[in-house]
Design a protein around this ligand. Sequence first.
Ligand SMILES: [Zn+2]
Length: 499
Amino acid sequence: MSAAAPEASAAQPPQAPHAAPPPRVAFIAGWGRSGSTLLGLALGQLPRAVFVGEVRDIWTRGLVENRLCGCGQAFWSCEFWTAVGDAAFGGWGRLDLDRALRLRGAVDRPWNQPLLRPRRRLPLPPGAGQYRRLLGRLYQAIGEVSGADVVVDSSKIATHAHLLRQAGIPVQAVHLVRDPRGVAYSWRKTVLRPDGTAGQGYLARYGPVAAGLRYLAYNAMAEDLARCGVEELTVRYEDLVADPARSLGEVAAFLQLALQDDLLVSLARGRLGPKPTHTVDGNPLRLRAHQAITLAGDEEWRKGLPKRERITVTGITFPLLARYGYRGDSQGAAGRGAASGGPAPATAGATRVLNVCSSGGHLVQLLKLRPWWGEMDRLWVTFPGAATESLLQGERIVPAHHPTTRNIPNAIRNGLLAVKVIRSYRPDLVVSTGAGVAFPFFLVAKVLGIRTIYLEVYDRIERPTVTGRLCYPISDLFLLQWEEQRRYYRRGQVIGAVL
Ligand SMILES: [Zn+2]
């Protein structure tokens, strides 16, 4: 089975010289609420594979909180995990748990640049080597106790996969994606955790903006694994539930595992299992692995997600939405080739974005967001001139009145223009990088209940811009290019420099 192992990673395996080679890890990458537990349970049915849930959080979910294992026993009472603790550390009691928690917190943060950008050779956080050794022993023990060749881990967060590779563990990534509207709908629900052994709790929740931004970030980091040399296969949740035999067949081939006939027959009937599993964290579905599970798509969001939230999520996640073959229209039906080319008249159902900015640097920065607005129906409001015309060739432009600095008559004219343009174009979103011309448009959008996104400019770090300060309280989403800009805009989201 070793033939499927990706190329050797740079780091040396941390195991003792006599130890068997570490198991391969099939790492389910992406973001939560995308069906990773379901995919993990399905992959766990393949011969020579074992599904163990989200091992990244074993220290908290298992050892500290003693949550229920997928087998129904509390973590500390589960035979499988007890045997893993014995094999890895001579018993969990001999592991310095505080140190493990500290290392996990210090090293495996989702945004850790030295881990995410291995080619830049940035200094790793202190403790990275110790944490890698800990993970090496843990996964080695999971391999030994389960006897499996492939450990299916649904941890999803890309930094964990990088750490495993650096620990000398061969990693293959299965990037699982789902329609972001379905993901966002799931994150907004209140879900009771059924796996607690000491009182009940609830799963985390996110609103549409937070969910949309996280969807972009976590999936981008998952995609990046391939660029860092990890073998990667992308699977859509919708395809998995629509045709499980075919999807699982592709993943099994990718992992070089056989898909046995009885499993194929079961998948073709849309059923899975039963197969008891020992999983440390994940969707509550994992507690039902001892029963047969019906593979059915969860499409509740199509009716349940309010229109405004759907527009917000569609707008934020558009670059990936199109790439993964989900449509930006209100039906949200999956299908490739949704992207359109140049400007077109307003398309019924398409997300409409009104880009408002001054000419010059503000316009250049808004142009840099082309991967995002390029797929939408859009209209521009900016200052006319030769430079604008050349930069916005082929785009639809409404000329704004200028100059705007300390110019009350032009502010009034632009206010009237905002009412006229917004009422006739009826955008779903108004987006701006400033300057002065943005404010009347944001004000009118606010009054009419239209969502607004403001991007603070690249070159102002020492103090906030006047327009930024004016638009901040009425923006639905306020984006920053530098961490330092958060001093003035506390609920701002840092997206990094666009230039
Ligand atoms: Zn168990």
